[in-house]
Design a protein around this ligand. Sequence first.
Ligand SMILES: Cc1cc2nc3c(=O)[nH]c(=O)nc-3n(C[C@H](O)[C@H](O)[C@H](O)COP(=O)(O)O)c2cc1C
Length: 342
Amino acid sequence: MTLQLFSSHAIKGMHLKNRVVMAPMCQYAVTAKDGNPNEWHYIHYLSRAIGGTGLIFLEMTDIDPDGRITEYDLGLWSDDQIPAFARIIEGIHAHNAKVGIQIAHAGRKTEFVSNPIAPSAIKFPGSPYRMPRALTTQEIQGVVQQFANAVRRAVKAGVDTIELHGAHGYLIHQFQSPLTNKREDQYGQDLSRFGVEVIQAAKREMPADMPLIFRISAVEYADGGYDIDHAIQLSKAYKAAGVDVFHVSTGGEGPTGIRQLGNYPGYQVTFAHQIRKEVNVPVIAVGMLEDPMRAQSVIQSGEADFVAIGRALLRDPYWAVNAAVTLGQEQTTIPKPYQAAY
Ligand SMILES: Cc1cc2nc3c(=O)[nH]c(=O)nc-3n(C[C@H](O)[C@H](O)[C@H](O)COP(=O)(O)O)c2cc1C
């Protein structure tokens, strides 16, 4: 049977009605600066559920107030934040979509914290970034525990899956990169160690049938940065530690050098495909996959198991419905009250 973008698919206990994923996208819209999602987030995410998306990732959600990029980020550093997330998750479920959440710490890539933390005291280039201090070995254990606590809260709020943010130059990525991890302890000798410990701690807080997703930067673009072979080695260690699906992005560690970021449709698909093949694991491909025919071909060719859509879903909350119509697979996707329009 030919695989389709709009065919159902299950990963462990998570049954998805289609293979369309909304990529995590920071809204920087927490005007109260308390980490709680508000009416903006409620309407923003529920619109994409009504619009037919199978799996919706809530944006980067931070494990500590100082782990935020800006004061306007979402956070799950306190049990008090659970109800606001639960309300949105229930709403998304009521419109027949599943929900993931991206759990993160910005590390040195915060834009407002005066004394940021990082694996090593190496500054992210340019303004508004500040010189971070290197975590002590003991402090690292505390950060791993904060990841676990945030995962526990997300599970309590009702999510269907967790995504750990190991991409785009944030804290987990900082540990796995030779550019930003110059430590001499066990976390520097093995660049996958911090990620592995976060994965294991997260798994302990998750039901056995809930999939764990890991977003990875498959290559770095800064000179001296790692390549796909390093990402494959990391992915093997992360899979052994408990990752069920990789969400394959690239870069974010610093200004680009000789290796250049692609700016064409599907520019990251090849990396997703390589990780899928070499690590023997399901993957989500992302990056300029707005054309429904192209998104469909990524699934049909076996390059990836899911397609994540970012900016196109900001432009059009009904991207999935409209893509299903374009592909002639709309029967189950158009919400009944909207059928007259099609
Ligand atoms: C406004 C905006 C916010 C983003 N925030 C996040 C984020 O919170 N976490 C993350 O991993 N990626 C984030 N990204 C990257 C997207 O998830 C996605 O990988 C990227 O936009 C490429 O996909 P696209 O070409 O479909 O937009 C963000 C992108 C945009 C445009």
